[in-house]
Design a binder for this molecule. Structure first.
Ligand code: FAD
Length: 493
């Protein structure tokens, strides 16, 4: 959704505008990539690229890190620093019984530079890990600049370097020239420029006294029906549309508002609802081919939820890409019968985001299937959230060094949050791929049935950290060195 053709068109428009600049810079950049003896070349000094550079260097590789700022800007970054946080200064929950907290604990155990710096730059934010934004980016920049094995080159890369080990970590705002080169290499249908994400809910929180399983016209793969359906009568539908239309939206950024193609491919549900009182009932909420088993009749409207993960415990709201504020999404979407107590694992969003179809293109080592010496990390690889992008950089940096040194690249253990996230982005259905952030729904269920979200989260976290310890026995060089900070979060929830 919200990707592919339309995004490519928008990207192409921007690309034409920068062709001249790109052409003049290409020669410089190509000279730069051959200036130093072939080493690990990393494109993009954001969260993923900075972490990757540190990890590759710590494993003995010589690293060239290309960062195009400040000479070439992105529409969101404002400084020349590496690892600039473009929006929030929070890296999310640091509580071990929450998925982002577990991810951070794993990153600490794996010796993440950016987590070490974030811990040192922490500002009070309850159980979240928030940082002094400028202090964080400045400290990361200083650590990388001071590393003897890392050469920071302030230039835009406009073509994929053809030789040596290369790691692409140019982020959601990858420069148009490089995006064009990547699109030519991957095929334009495998590179997306916008994200239009529908919310995902935990199926355990759906009220099946109201919701029912069925496929439209009973044409599905599963006997019980492929979809979870939330039926509405006319009154419920009208109340829902009214709430949707009056709900508060996230203001678009200038570069999104000024782009005429932004909403073209995938209209947010609230924008579609503006087109008429029955626009949704004839659109994504059409009830055709469905009968409510409680009444035996066709409902006035139906919200359908589609399975989102192999374990079958996450479901997305079909056609519900949205730009509402997160709190408003919860308030309004809980008006849908059957979702009164829905637990939102991921909220909907619409934003500019360049990313590849990772399940089609990448291995779980973050190497491209078509070229072992080319790796990808961060938001470009379809990861979401600051900590998730740091984790992708860590894995790709480790593997870039290992490939460079003739070693077998590693995959992360599947019961860890890091391993599950990488498995999701590289092994999910490529036809329905959307970027993903850390959540417990990605992990295999626990053997023991535990009551309570907090207890389940704690049990999953301990299982993950135990598995990580066992895995590190085989790779002791990948464990944190003794001078890094403690693994466990300091802020209990
Ligand atoms: C407007 C906006 C707001 C966001 N807000 C949040 C938020 O609040 N919380 C959150 O978790 N995530 C947020 N994100 C997502 C966020 O971008 C990622 O979480 C994170 O920064 C991605 O890390 P990254 O390393 O993949 O990309 P980045 O951190 O963006 O790093 C990519 C780097 O590559 C450089 N680059 C690009 N092209 C080239 C090139 N051709 N040559 C050389 N260098 C290049 C860029 O200058 C940049 O420094 C936001 C994204 C956007 C666009």
């Amino acid at each position: 959704m919200g990707r592919g053709g339309e995004g490519n068109h928008a990207g192409a428009t921007a690309q034409r505008a920068t062709t001249q600049r790109a052409t003049t810079q290409r020669a410089t950049t190509q000279r730069a990539t051959t200036r130093v003896a072939p080493t690990v070349t990393i494109v993009g000094g954001g969260l993923a690229g900075s972490e990757a550079a540190w990890q590759a260097a710590r494993l003995g590789a010589e690293v060239q890190l290309f960062e195009m700022r400040p000479a070439t800007k992105t529409p969101a970054h404002t400084t020349a620093d590496l690892a600039e946080l473009v929006c929030s200064n929070s890296l999310g929950s640091d509580a071990l019984n929450r998925a982002p907290g577990l991810l951070k604990a794993e990153l600490r155990r794996l010796g993440s530079l950016l987590l070490e710096v974030a811990d040192a730059q922490r500002v009070p934010a309850g159980s979240a890990l928030a940082v002094d934004r400028e202090g964080f980016a400045a400290a990361v920049t200083a650590r990388l600049e001071a590393h003897p094995a890392i050469t920071l080159i302030r230039e835009e890369v406009t073509a994929i370097p053809e030789t040596g080990v290369v790691l692409l970590a140019s982020g959601p705002l990858t420069s148009p020239a490089l995006a064009q080169a990547l699109s030519a290499w991957t095929g334009s249908d495998a590179l997306y420029f916008y994200d239009a994400i529908a919310p995902i809910v935990d199926s355990a929180s759906i009220n099946f006294d109201t919701a029912f399983r069925a496929s439209r016209y009973a044409r599905g793969e599963q006997d019980a029906g492929d979809y979870i359906n939330c039926p509405m009568n006319e009154e419920e539908y009208r109340r829902f549309v009214e709430a949707l239309l009056s709900a508060e939206r996230i203001p678009l950024r200038d570069f999104e508002r000024d782009d005429p193609h932004f909403f073209e491919a995938c209209l947010p549900v609230e924008v579609l609802a503006q087109r008429g009182p029955n626009a949704l009932a004839f659109g994504p909420l059409r009830p055709v081919g469905l009968r409510d088993p409680r009444t035996g009749r066709r409902p006035y409207a139906v919200v359908q939820l589609r399975q989102d993960n192999a374990a079958g415990d996450l479901y997305n709201l079909v056609g519900f890409q949205t730009n509402l504020r997160y709190g408003e999404q919860e308030r309004v979407f809980r008006l849908i019968p059957g979702l009164e107590n829905a637990s939102f694992v991921r909220h909907g969003a619409m934003h500019r985001n360049t990313y590849i179809n990772a399940p089609r293109l990448l291995k779980p080592t973050l190497q491209f299937k078509a070229r072992d010496t080319l790796l990808c990390a961060g938001q470009l690889a379809g990861l979401e959230g600051y900590a998730g992008n740091i984790m992708g950089g860590l894995l790709a940096g480790v593997n870039a060094a290992r490939v460079q040194q003739g070693q077998t690249p590693v995959t992360l253990p599947p019961l860890t949050m890091s391993g599950a996230l990488i498995a999701y982005i590289t092994q999910t259905d490529p036809d329905r791929f959307q970027p993903m952030k850390a959540n417990f729904g990605l992990l295999a269920p626990l053997e023991d049935v535990l009551r309570g979200k907090r207890a389940r989260g704690e049990a999953q976290a301990h299982r993950a950290l135990d598995e990580l310890e066992s895995w590190l026995v085989a790779f002791p060089e990948l464990a944190a060195q003794s001078n890094t900070t403690d693994v466990l979060p300091t802020q209990p929830e």
